[in-house]
Design a protein around this ligand. Structure first.
Ligand code: URA
Length: 442
């Protein structure tokens, strides 16, 4: 029976707010949400009945209290149901996609999507913008003059079916998991990113709705990842693989190290330049290694028998990069934007670099302007951190360790503070840099 207060609230139109509050309270107090509560709150949020501040409070309650597998599956289904699903089953080539849980310097999608397309698959990559201290693929690609993140579904189909292109990296359309789009933006600015249920449902709702037949997940673990321990990353990977399998998407996850940034750059245009180096046959060894490890998984999931290393080496991946960028209005030959101000950070002692903390570098890049502090803010294309030494490298006193790039020189102080203590230099290091791929879950 409804209380007198609820009756009054209903008559005055406050019923929905009271329902949202009761759901927030239930989760805040450690309760399990029913299927009806989950459906209602996700639907209400999508339609604007549940306010941003209410959803933010619920996201915080979920982060602190967690969700069981039933709740996560229902939440994911509700997020998918908030919009429409795409269907690419009629394409002449198998579809396969990859998604990373987010890391620092994680530019892998940029060389990977054209590489896998050049191997014969269709890659429908719906990507996001920066989240917290981690960069966003769309923010990176938008630093290429002319490149557009928004394209229509018919155009997406044309690109995927074109054997000269075959890969599209774009923003999810307004109708694809719209609840995730709004919640993702709220989480970014409310400290509610680092939650297994919220990360798993966010990623899998988009990936299931985008209609890919197969999916490879790159689950990051370490100081620069949202999840810091291997156990947490394994749990996230297992949840996502199960969500994929239940939705009929062939899903496999690699657990990969994120204690050190990937490559030698963190920042939008800086990372595009480094990705082009990889496509040209060079680039940092860790970026090449992870690109190939994920490409092999994707090619196998798509049922193709091609060696991605050969396709990268003979320039076919680069050809697909160029057509992919052009298909979305970008000029692959245009000079990339650069920041107006730079500052160099030098080594204060000599020895071997043993630690380069991904979180410190990610925060520095973010503070320099590569990420956003408020919803909808513009990022700086040229901002970021260039790393001149990686773990295992010898360094001399006074040798440059970082170049900081920004258009807003006031940002240097915050970036330097983030980098304070981010580097370890030892004269006689006891250990070597660890493995990049830490495990696989299928
Ligand atoms: N990527 C997403 O799409 N969502 C998250 O929550 C984290 C990373």
């Amino acid at each position: 029976m409804r209380s007198a207060a609820a009756d009054v609230a209903c008559q005055t139109g406050r019923m929905t707010a009271l329902d949202a509050v009761s759901i927030i309270r239930a989760k805040r107090d450690g309760g399990e949400l029913s299927d009806e509560q989950i459906d209602w709150v996700v639907d209400g949020f999508t339609r604007g009945i549940v306010a941003d501040e209410q959803m933010s409070a619920l996201a915080m309650a979920i982060l602190l209290r967690g969700m069981n597998r039933r709740e996560i599956a229902r939440w994911t289904a509700a997020m998918i149901g908030s919009g429409s699903r795409m269907n690419f089953t009629d394409l002449p080539r198998p579809t396969v996609d990859k998604h990373s849980t987010g890391g620092v310097g994680d530019k892998i999608t940029l060389p990977l999507a054209p590489l896998v397309a050049a191997c014969g698959a269709a890659v429908p990559q719906l990507s996001g913008r920066g989240l917290g201290h981690t960069g966003g693929t769309l923010d990176k690609l938008e630093s290429i003059p002319g490149w557009q993140a928004d394209i229509t579904v018919p155009r997406m189909r044309e690109i995927l079916a074109d054997p000269e292109i075959g890969a599209v990296i774009c923003a999810a359309g307004a109708d694809l998991a719209p609840a995730d789009k709004r919640l993702y933006a709220l989480r970014d600015v409310t400290g509610t990113v680092e939650s297994i249920p919220l990360i798993a449902s966010s990623i899998m709702s988009k990936k299931i709705a985008e209609g890919t037949a197969a999916l490879v997940l790159d689950v990051k673990v370490g100081t620069g990842a949202f999840l810091k321990t291997l156990d947490e990353a394994r749990e996230l990977a297992a949840v996502m693989v199960e969500l994929g399998r239940d939705a009929g998407v062939k899903t496999v996850a690699l657990l990969t190290a994120m204690d050190t940034p990937l490559g030698r750059t963190a920042g939008n245009a800086l990372e595009v330049a480094e990705s082009v180096e990889v496509l040209a046959g060079g680039g940092p060894a860790d970026v090449v290694e992870l690109t190939l490890a994920l490409a092999r998984e994707m090619v196998a999931q798509a049922g193709l028998h091609v060696d991605p290393a050969e396709v990268l080496a003979d320039g076919r991946a680069m050809d697909h990069w160029r057509t992919m960028i052009q298909a979305q209005g970008g000029d692959p030959d245009a000079p990339l934007p650069t920041a107006r101000h730079t500052e160099t950070v030098r080594a204060e002692s000599a020895g071997v670099l043993t630690r380069l903390d991904a979180m410190g570098v990610g925060l520095a890049a973010w503070r320099l302007g590569a990420g956003r502090a408020r919803q909808g803010e513009q990022v700086q294309a040229g901002a970021g951190v260039e790393m001149h030494a990686k773990p295992g490298d010898s360094v001399a006193i006074g040798q440059p360790l970082f170049t900081l790039h920004t258009d807003t020189p006031d940002a240097f102080a915050g970036a330097l503070e983030a980098l304070d203590g981010a580097v370890g230099i030892e004269l006689t290091p006891e250990s070597k840099p660890g493995e990049l791929v830490l495990g696989r879950i299928d």
